[in-house]
Design a protein around this ligand. Structure first.
Ligand SMILES: C[S@@+](CC[C@H](N)C(=O)[O-])C[C@H]1O[C@@H](n2cnc3c(N)ncnc32)[C@H](O)[C@@H]1O
Length: 278
């Protein structure tokens, strides 16, 4: 058997002392690169994140939406094009500047602000029971703390509001899998098998990694197993109301063998909807 194991270039290491300022500095550094590569949505976003989040949102025209960690604002623009009135926030001033620069056609309906989602007071200052929807795409695993966001959500939402988030799947992605490829000659036919090798899940750990290959600075990832991630929502009085593990479309393949697009049996994204209990 000829087996070759490849390790993704992401070094997991315990780093309990990372501050919010450290995390923000990386995103400020990466803002221009992120904006150029994300544009109005890269393949990962358009095929996995956007469809599942829109399905869970069940957005109605005219609804008020608060986006947390909006990046370059591409999803805020999408929401505005669907008729939502959007307040979009991110803690990186450089990212918010890039977001604002895109939005002339949307200036009346998107209000971009610099807000740190690890600061409950900053979040709650956005308004009491003002929003029909709070949404956060692919950022919870980038946050050094999540309790402030989950605890602010019930105060931000209208009584029948919903909180939708998409994050790196804790079981298969934020726990730093090694992508492996195996090639065997089976009676004259070359059979290739792609698999994930996991070495950890239960320990909440901080690692450095790349969201997009080539980005100027590796970012911090904060892996949390499901019971910690959802436990924080439950402690805040939220209940889980919808869950999606979007599947990579079978027809989508990547020339880079270790791309998620060649591992369709594993969902790299988990999308969830929470509502306020009772
Ligand atoms: C992977 S990007 C996702 C951006 C956008 N949601 C998207 O899907 O294109 C993560 C974003 O989270 C933001 N972020 C990380 N920690 C944050 C925090 N504590 N408060 C607000 N934004 C934060 C970063 O600045 C960055 O824009």
């Amino acid at each position: 058997m000829r087996a070759i194991l490849y390790r993704m270039e992401r070094m997991a290491k315990s780093n309990p002392t990372v501050s919010g300022d450290d995390v923000r500095a990386v995103w400020d550094t990466n803002a221009a690169f992120w904006d150029e590569r994300m544009g109005e949505g890269n393949a990962f976003h358009l095929q996995l994140v956007e469809p599942s989040v829109l399905q869970l949102l069940e957005l109605q025209r005219g609804e008020r939406v608060l986006e947390i960690a909006c990046g370059n604002g591409q999803f805020a623009r999408k929401l505005a094009s669907l008729g939502a009135r959007v307040t979009a926030t991110d803690f990186s001033p450089n990212m918010v500047e890039r977001a604002r620069a895109h939005t002339e056609p949307f200036n009346d309906i998107i209000d971009f602000r610099v807000v740190d989602a690890t600061n409950e007071n900053e979040l709650r200052a956005l308004g009491e029971h003002e929003f029909d929807v709070v949404v956060c795409n692919m950022a919870i695993m980038d946050m050094s703390e999540i309790a402030p966001l989950f605890h602010a959500v019930p105060r931000l939402l209208t009584p029948r509001g919903r909180f939708v988030f998409a994050t790196m799947h804790p079981c298969f992605n934020s726990n730093n899998p090694a992508f492996t490829a195996e090639s065997r000659d089976v009676e004259g036919t070359i059979v290739e098998t792609f698999a994930l090798k996991l070495t950890r899940y239960l320990s909440a750990e901080t690692s450095h990694g790349l969201a997009i290959i080539g980005q100027p600075a590796p970012q911090y990832y904060f892996h949390r197993p499901l019971h910690e991630l959802l436990g924080e929502a439950f402690r805040a009085g939220l209940v889980l109301d919808g869950l999606l593990e979007p599947r990579i479309p079978d027809e989508t393949k990547s020339a880079r063998w270790s791309s998620w697009f060649n591992f369709p049996e594993f969902p790299p994204v988990l999308a969830a909807r929470c509502v306020v209990r009772g």
